[in-house]
Design a protein around this ligand. Structure first.
Ligand code: ZN
Length: 415
């Protein structure tokens, strides 16, 4: 801890004086491709030049040489829940029902910090799961320098159709806290406006949920309701992201104009074609499925046969890869431990995505789809969100777990 504080104290004045710093490593991934023996020149919080080390060396006041490692843009997590932690420690129901919002917010701030230290300098956090607007508070505490953490795009409470979301199964005479805000029909307009005024950067809606007669996922909101949500958010310049795993839920969400669909478990070729036509991206959240399978079915993930839900997700991802729909990366981290976000990227590769495409999704693709200007690439004029990976993730994608330098907005948080 002392060391980290010292690092911060040493670096902040550097930022203020806007010294020119050259960062060099054997490999540099610029958001699109890998280069050999490239370097970066940064001034303050901005990347000024990217290119051959020998030509940049004379321009720097300080030179940081990372040897045989890889320089990369700070990674972008597409689907996180800082207010959740793994269900094998505490069940989702118990987190929502028994833990105070204050406790959850304090833990959430720490979880956000873990994501930063793992090299994720920007995080889209998709729903506070019963902790009201604690995500907005965490985001602001990071912006105000109270706690270290990533840049955050937050969804606030999220919206569900009445009676569709958990915790469920209690005496109907008792009111229990819910994991998201319920609403239907015309009232959705008010809810969207209220969530935005309370700090939601994006609106998250559950287009389907496990409400079928046997607990299977079924569509919840009508197309008209989803359109009303999208239209209301759009008039304030916000976009809508939909949780959807059924074909009909995905169809309604796509036609209503959401910008990303989360999970997409039962995607068909037809629905993927429609998404592609409408420019809707998919966030497959592969690792969450694996994690839940290991909690529910005591699956060891190695020698035991893959549970059906994991096989289904793998097949779905292959279909998505073939379809040409834009894929963003986001693991639903929180379901599995914060700071292990890279598990999703490793899984994407093991399910058939080329390593260079995986690196692109975690950086430039996520930046483009999430509307993050000047992030996700190492290019002149971009923000100095830079990480160093110990190894070469183009050859060994697992190296993404070994992040040993993190700079966000020109400030070093880990070295
Ligand atoms: Zn989620």
């Amino acid at each position: 801890m002392k060391l980290r504080l010292l690092t911060l104290l040493l670096v902040i004045p550097t930022w203020i004086n806007a010294q020119k710093m050259v960062l060099k490593a054997a490999h540099l991934f610029d958001g699109m491709e890998m280069h050999k023996d490239f370097a970066l020149l940064i001034e303050g919080n901005t990347i000024v030049e990217v290119g051959d080390f020998l030509s940049l060396r004379p321009k720097g006041d300080t030179i940081l040489d990372f040897g045989n490692k890889t320089l990369m843009p700070g990674m972008i997590e597409g689907h996180s829940h800082v207010l959740l932690y793994p269900y094998d420690i505490t069940s989702w129901d118990d987190q929502v029902l028994k833990e105070s919002r204050s406790l959850r917010a304090i833990r959430g701030a720490q979880m956000a910090g873990r994501q930063l230290m793992a090299g994720f300098t920007t995080v889209r956090d998709l729903g506070s799961e019963g902790a009201q607007y604690a995500d907005v508070a965490i985001k602001r505490s990071i912006e105000q320098g109270i706690v270290p953490g990533p840049r955050m795009i937050v969804a606030g409470r999220a919206i569900v159709a009445t009676g569709s979301y958990g915790p469920r199964g209690f005496n109907p005479d008792v009111t229990v806290p819910l994991g998201a805000q319920e609403g239907d029909g015309e009232h959705l307009r008010t809810i969207v406006r209220e969530q935005i005024s309370n700090g939601a950067d994006v609106v998250k809606v559950y287009a389907d949920y496990r409400t079928g007669p046997h607990g299977e996922p079924m569509p919840t909101f009508s197309l008209e309701e989803l359109k009303l949500i999208v239209e209301t958010a759009a008039s304030t310049g916000r976009r809508v992201v939909a949780h959807a795993s059924t074909v009909e839920g995905m169809r309604r969400a796509t036609l209503a104009g959401v910008y990303t669909i989360e999970h997409g478990t039962n995607a068909t070729e037809e629905i993927l074609e429609l998404m592609k036509e409408r420019g809707v991206a998919i966030c497959p959240t592969l690792e969450a499925t694996r994690a839940i399978a290991s909690y529910n079915e005591d699956w060891d993930g190695i020698s035991m046969p893959e549970p059906f839900m994991v096989q289904e997700k793998r097949e779905m991802f292959k279909k998505v890869l073939k379809s040409g729909v834009t894929i963003i990366s986001g693991g639903d981290v929180g379901v599995f431990p914060h700071g292990e976000n890279a598990r999703e990227l490793v899984l994407m590769a093991s399910y058939g995505m080329d390593n260079d495409k995986v690196l692109q999704t975690a950086t430039s693709t996520n930046a483009r789809v999430l509307g993050l200007e000047h992030l996700g690439s190492l290019k002149p004029g971009f923000l100095a969100d830079i990480i160093v990976v110990n190894g070469n993730p183009m050859e060994h994608i697992e190296d993404l777990h070994k992040v040993d330098f993190v700079m966000k907005d020109g400030v070093i948080y880990k070295s």
